[in-house]
Ligand binder design. Structure first.
Ligand code: PLP
Length: 395
């Protein structure tokens, strides 16, 4: 047997990707499965973005680019921050990577030492703790339950901070809960952070444009500009423009830290795909109507999903204010079912008995819940929810 590094033994494969792959496998075997597990929009990349990629290819943009991204894409990113977020950056403050996942990976590798603590509000995106572990540091989950809207309070943040705390991760709108912090809530967290100058803040804004109703997206720096010299904003084109497969994300922050992240990337993956960079520039610079069209579709589905879920016995769903996820509490439903112990068993039960694939909340640090993705057609959603309701009513 080959003796593997301790590093790889500390982490687990992404559970969301695992459920998605397992559902796809069952489907391929002929089972009637509706997958509500995917973390990606069900739309195709808009045509004008695809065209830009084809043009780039024909124009010979098929070579290595600068490690940190092309001038054109960096200019588009700087323009986006100015236009959408009223934030000003210079090109040296921007690093383009193979998805925002790599942005966070680069950040952790560039910043963290063994023993450093990273405060991660739970429920959290599955990859944060494992990427922190890969960087030899220690994830410190702080649970924000449904009663508090899945959002941590300033008191909780203060209590989680020790002399070893090096990084705080904020993700709003949140995967998996769909919760979005208000400007006032962010200002409250900012007050705590101002008292702890050793803490760097990672603001993961990847779901920024997907917000519903009266919800407005706010970045921490809009309410606490004085934190700019220690905040890294991460974003990307995957969710906003239905471009998950293109693998383009970016980080913006203090020059020295971005430079260190670039050094990590220069010795691992080099530049992200040149053609995808051209497509991402077209996405950020082009007509934003496609973003609104997709947002509107997600909003319609969100209403259906939370309404139907809340009508089911033993299920309690806080309507999401953004993203394409619902994160209902299913403890009551589990209690009513014989032989089901927890959310993992419940997700398995839904897959086995009604052919609906969801991700157990434990994967996100919040047992007793499940995550349903509504990045699928209304017809699929209607049918999946009908199946679950019928089965739960049968007891
Ligand atoms: N951040 C969050 C909260 C996510 O949910 C995801 C994808 O699921 C990412 C970052 C990474 O996106 P990408 O690497 O495609 O840019």
């Amino acid at each position: 047997d080959i003796q593997l590094a301790q590093r790889v033994q500390r982490i687990k494969p992404s559970p969301t990707l695992a459920v998605t792959a397992f559902a796809a496998q069952l489907k391929a075997e002929g089972r009637d499965i509706i997958s509500l597990s995917a973390g990606e929009p069900d739309f195709d990349t808009p045509a004008h973005i695809q065209e830009a990629a084809i043009e780039a290819m024909h124009a010979g943009q098929t070579r290595y680019t600068a490690v940190d991204g092309t001038g054109a894409l960096k200019a588009a990113i700087i323009g986006k921050f100015r236009r959408d977020n009223s934030l000003a950056y210079t090109p040296e403050q921007i690093l383009v990577s193979n998805g925002a996942k790599q942005s966070f990976y680069n950040l952790c590798e560039a910043l963290l030492n063994p023993g450093d603590e990273v405060v991660i509000p739970a429920p959290y995106w599955v990859s944060y703790p494992d990427i922190v572990l890969l960087a030899d540091a220690t994830p410190v989950p702080v649970l924000a339950d449904q009663a508090q809207g899945f959002k941590i309070t300033p008191t909780q943040l203060e209590a989680s901070i020790t002399t070893r705390t090096r990084l705080l991760v904020l993700n709003s709108p949140s995967n998996p809960t769909g919760a979005t912090y208000t400007a006032t809530e962010l200002a409250g967290l900012g007050e705590v952070l101002k008292r702890h100058p050793q803490i760097i803040i990672a603001s993961d804004d990847i779901y920024e444009p997907i917000v519903f109703g009266d919800t407005r997206f706010t970045n921490l720096l809009n309410v606490c500009p004085e934190l700019a010299d220690r905040t890294v904003v991460m974003n990307g084109v995957s969710k906003a423009y239905a471009m998950t497969g293109w693998r383009i994300g970016y980080a913006a922050g203090p020059k020295a830290l971005i430079g260190a992240m670039k050094k990590i990337q220069s010795q691992s993956t080099s530049n992200p795909n040149s053609i995808a960079q051209a497509a991402a520039a077209a996405a950020l610079d082009g007509d934003q109507a496609c973003v609104e069209t997709m947002r509107g579709a997600f909003e319609q589905r969100q209403r259906l999903v939370s309404e139907r879920l809340n009508a089911m016995p033993g299920i309690d769903c806080l309507p999401s204010s953004g993203t394409f996820y619902a994160f209902p509490n299913v403890v009551g439903a589990i209690e009513r079912l014989p032989n089901i112990e927890d959310d993992i068993g419940f997700a398995q039960f839904l897959l086995d008995e009604v052919g609906v694939a969801v991700v157990p909340g434990s994967a996100f640090g919040a047992p007793g819940h499940i995550r349903l993705s509504f990045a699928t057609s209304m017809a699929n959603l209607e049918e999946a929810l009908r199946r679950i309701a019928t089965r739960l009513q049968a007891g």
